[in-house]
Design a protein around this ligand. Structure first.
Ligand code: FAD
Length: 507
């Protein structure tokens, strides 16, 4: 069924955050939080979700010291918060949409994490990151640094527990720290790591191999922990079953149910042969109010990209009068005026119709952005420009390239698109060729994505337009499929014409 938190559901062992719960649960927390900032429409976040979920399951026992959360930056309600944290692309480039911050409200980004990393590597990077924050060590987090001779000597005088497990290991091993965190919710036992370089302790306990572990009991006895393998799960299994060791009263944090929006989006019947104004206006809203707004200050390349994009919209967007007026005034404002505010009203909603997916994380914004740009390339064919300077200013492909490079949140999509643009966009010689260029490159993307997780099963990625929409576009030569480009161009011009834009569901 639909996942209310975007890619995650309340059954997952992590906390689904919303802007209001983020402040209350995370910012004054006594534990460390790792929050994945994602966009539910971004294919790469879709790929990463199973890994993040598996990591959450793997370290479930580490809360209360470490909690995993997720925040959907595609949700308009969370957008300001994501901006505040400097999240400008998904998954964020600083790391795989992967940030951490600690109690006291300090935010610190986790260094880049490769989405292909194993759960083990991600788990270890959490420990490494925790250790980089010694001065803001979460109060709920146990000590993880190696034990010294003095600490072990006086341990049972200063700690009211029956058992102390010592894990002897080399400096680069994470085993001791992992087991310490795994045992966090259990009472009457402590776990400490001892480095192989701690000669006095190594000698005292007769340690000959690393890793290996010893159990010290309050009454003064000690013995090697008997396990089949010197590994995390074997140690925790043994330690949790010691007589007198029990799980403490700690209850894991869950986001209050009422804050999770479960209202299902109504299905809006749509005809695939039509273009819907609701999608186009939603694309405008999302592009200008969410994507561009993620940057608190625009400079250089981004200013140019925004100017070009808005210039093209102001000239070609066949919108309702209030939208066209809005676009024209933004265009004027961007070009010269010194007004401090862009007049903005009317486009306050996002409703997907032709771009509605069967689940919230399918289709939506990227679908509407393609639609918008196809529409703009086709509109440009109706306004043949004589002045070449003006033509350059209104180059739809150039504006799209700049927009995608500067603002499109799916950074890997942007890279792919830039690759195609760099390869052949400058060979485009006319407005007709521009419409066809975008059509054929979109089909390349469709071919690449067909059958992957980002494909909505109810909207399979086709070579478009399929024969039922345009029989004349297809022909067969020597038993091979070929496109009739002239027919495709005629079809594009009809499909993306103002006469084929329907106002259903606009407000
Ligand atoms: P979309 O592919 O979004 O198409 C929207 C609508 O356009 C279709 O419903 C159809 O009516 C029409 N259409 C389809 N094909 C054509 C065509 N050839 N010409 C004209 N109209 C057409 N996702 C990734 O996972 N990886 C990527 O690298 C990636 N790169 C992207 C690059 C860009 C610039 C954009 C805008 C999106 C990218 N995406 C990428 C998202 C992906 O292409 C889809 O937009 C998304 O998966 C939603 O797919 P959809 O089924 O709604 O149809």
């Amino acid at each position: 069924g639909a996942r209310p938190g975007g890619l995650y559901s309340p059954g997952d062992p992590l906390v689904l955050l919303q802007v209001d719960t983020l402040e209350s649960s995370v910012l004054n927390s006594s534990s460390a939080w790792l929050v994945e900032f994602y966009a539910s429409w971004c294919g790469h976040c879709v790929h990463f979700a199973p890994t993040w979920r598996a990591l959450a399951a793997d370290i479930q026992e580490w809360s209360p010291a470490v909690n995993l959360g997720v925040l959907d930056c595609a949700d308009i309600a969370n957008q300001k918060m994501c901006g505040k944290f400097g999240i400008t692309g998904f998954p964020t480039l600083k790391s795989l949409a992967f940030c951490a911050w600690y109690f006291g409200g300090e935010l610190c980004f986790v260094p880049p994490t490769d989405p292909g990393d194993s759960i083990q590597k991600l788990r270890q990077s959490i420990i490494t990151n925790l250790e980089m924050h010694k001065e803001t060590w979460p109060p709920a987090c146990p000590p993880l640094e190696p034990a010294s001779v003095e600490e072990i000597r006086g341990f049972f005088q200063t700690n009211n527990v029956t058992y102390l497990a010592l894990i002897f290991e080399t400096n680069d091993s994470f085993l001791g720290r992992e087991v310490t965190l795994d045992m966090l919710q259990f009472e009457n036992i402590a776990v400490r790591r001892v480095l192989s370089s701690e000669e006095e302790l190594v000698k005292k306990y007769g340690v000959t191999s690393f890793p290996s572990s010893f159990l010290l009991i309050k009454n003064g006895t000690f013995s090697r922990i008997p396990v089949q393998m010197e590994a995390r799960s074997f140690y925790t299994h043994f330690l949790r079953r010691l007589p007198g060791v029990m799980r403490g009263p700690y209850a894991p944090i869950r986001a209050p149910d009422m804050l999770i929006k479960t209202t299902p989006t109504p299905r809006r019947p749509a005809d695939r042969s039509k273009v819907y104004m609701a999608d186009l206006e939603s694309a405008l809203h999302y592009a200008l109010r969410v994507e561009v707004a993620r940057f608190s200050v625009l400079t250089g390349e981004r200013v140019r990209a925004l100017k070009d994009f808005v210039a093209v919209l102001a000239k070609y967007f066949p919108g309702r009068p209030f939208v066209r007026n809005f676009l024209r005034s933004v265009d004027r404002w961007l070009r010269n005026a010194r007004e401090s505010r862009i007049p903005y009203s009317g486009l306050e909603f996002v409703t997907w119709v032709g771009c509605q997916g069967s689940e919230p994380h399918f289709r939506g914004y990227p679908c509407s952005l393609w639609t918008l740009f196809h529409l703009l390339t086709v509109q440009a064919t109706r306004h043949r420009s004589v002045d070449s300077r003006e033509a350059a200013r209104h180059s739809v492909l150039g504006a799209m390239r700049g927009y995608v490079q500067s603002f499109f949140g799916c950074r890997e999509c942007a890279q792919h698109f830039e690759g195609m643009a760099a390869e052949s966009m400058d060979k485009v010689r006319s407005v007709d060729e521009a419409a066809l260029w975008l059509w054929s490159r979109h089909n390349r993307v469709n071919a690449r994505l067909a059958g992957t997780e980002t494909e909505d099963p109810q909207f399979p990625k086709l070579q478009w337009p399929p024969p039922e929409l345009c029989p004349l576009c297809h022909s067969v030569v020597n038993r091979r499929h070929v496109w009739d480009k002239a027919a495709v161009l005629r079809f594009l011009k009809a499909h993306f014409s103002p006469a084929n834009i329907f106002l259903d569901y606009t407000e």
